[in-house]
Design a protein around this ligand. Structure first.
Ligand code: ACO
Length: 339
């Protein structure tokens, strides 16, 4: 008789971990170098503090520590990982991507490892890829990592203050593997992108279009070497798109808004998340946020938040957990998992 390997019906998140650097930068620390204030930052974004790396630590170092915790939380060892997917917009060097360095740090030589570049929505894009590998038998235990060091790539000048105050450093990781129970795990995920708005939140250079000029002429006065954002435009789209894609995910599994037990949104702005939750009728006890302490850590926000929320005992067996993100690209999406 033919020996057919049985494929898992669903993938699930088997463990999560996170790492933030020790140095805490409070709003008042920023107001000593920028024209800003603790009051403005809290009122407009909900952020009170963020963590910055010490010199010499890059996003792959943070990623390694988050990954080791996620692997241990899943009850596994690095030897059990057969695929590594990572995302960052602040890689250690221009190329190769961080996957090479993280692979080396974790001693995972020889396995498939690659980078995903979808900024704040990266975690959901990676989760989708991991899910496909697990369900089609291409991999059994997929390590998924988002890590960022923003503190070395933002401009400490007034023209960038609306960007600079928002971002922090950190890493979050999960292990995705076969769900032990067909009724639990990842139920649905939707992903979207709209390149027409790419320049509403971007960093122009140095890159292939701008490098020759930047390499010759660039001075810190040239804004093209720093992240730029049309904050209000991004804000409006984030609220609308996150609400839409969460409803799309609910419809895909025939569930209603009241069925969501825990909403874990990307952490870009507390007001965005409050408006999304209000639109869905989700009360504070059914949503987790930690932007107050970490700011926006881009690809890392959702896995950091998930690791913290699990550790706090706020997610229980059979809870319907919703993840949603919006960011540069524009890119956005939502996932529903039965825990
Ligand atoms: N401190 C003090 N004043 C400031 C600051 C600051 N840090 N930044 C801007 N201001 C001033 C502005 O100059 C403006 O002054 P004016 O009225 O005299 O012109 C005023 O505050 C209001 O500025 P807005 O930009 O309109 O403020 P807003 O309420 O929109 O908040 C913010 C700005 C926090 C950036 C908001 O627009 C936002 O969060 N946008 C979305 C961010 C986001 O979701 N990004 C996506 C994810 S990130 C990624 O993908 C990498």
């Amino acid at each position: 008789m033919e020996n057919v390997m049985e494929l898992p019906k669903r993938s699930h998140i088997l463990g999560a971990g996170f790492e933030v650097p020790r140095t805490v930068v409070r709003n008042d620390d920023l107001s000593s170098v920028l024209s800003t204030s603790d009051e403005w930052i809290i009122q407009r974004s909900g952020i009170r503090e963020r963590h910055y790396v010490d010199d010499g630590n890059g996003s792959s170092a943070l990623a390694e520590r988050a990954a080791r915790q996620a692997i241990a939380a899943a009850g596994l060892t690095p030897a059990d990982i057969d695929l590594l997917i990572c995302a960052t917009l602040s890689s250690d060097i221009d190329f190769p991507g961080n996957s090479s360095f993280i692979q080396q740090r974790l001693g995972l030589g020889g396995i498939l490892a690659f980078d995903v570049r979808n900024q704040c929505s990266s975690f959901l894009y990676m989760l989708s890829v991991a899910d496909q590998y697990v369900r089609t038998g291409g991999a059994r235990h997929v390590l998924v990592i988002g890590s960022e060091v923003h503190s070395t790539g933002i401009e400490y000048a007034d023209r960038s203050r609306h960007v600079t105050v928002l971002f922090g450093d950190g890493a979050g990781a999960v292990v995705v593997g076969p769900s032990p129970d067909d009724n639990r795990g990842l139920l649905t995920i939707n992903l979207h992108s709209e390149g027409a708005h790419a320049q509403k939140l971007c960093l122009l250079g140095p890159a292939s279009l701008s490098k020759p000029r930047l390499a010759l002429d660039w001075t810190p006065d040239d804004i093209s070497g720093w992240p730029q954002m049309d904050g209000r435009f991004v804000f409006r789209h984030a609220v609308t798109r996150m609400g839409e894609c969460i409803e799309e995910a609910l419809a895909a599994i025939g569930a209603g808004k009241d069925d969501i037990r825990m909403l874990l949104p990307h952490q870009a702005n507390l007001r965005i998340n409050q408006l999304v939750a209000m639109g869905l009728g989700i009360s504070d006890d059914r949503m987790a946020n930690n932007i107050e302490r970490y700011g926006n850590t881009t690809a890392a926000t959702i896995p950091i938040l998930l690791a913290e929320t699990l550790a706090a005992g706020r997610i229980h067996d059979n809870d319907l957990v919703c993840l949603s993100a919006f960011g540069s690209g524009f890119t956005w999406g939502a996932a529903l998992l039965r825990w």
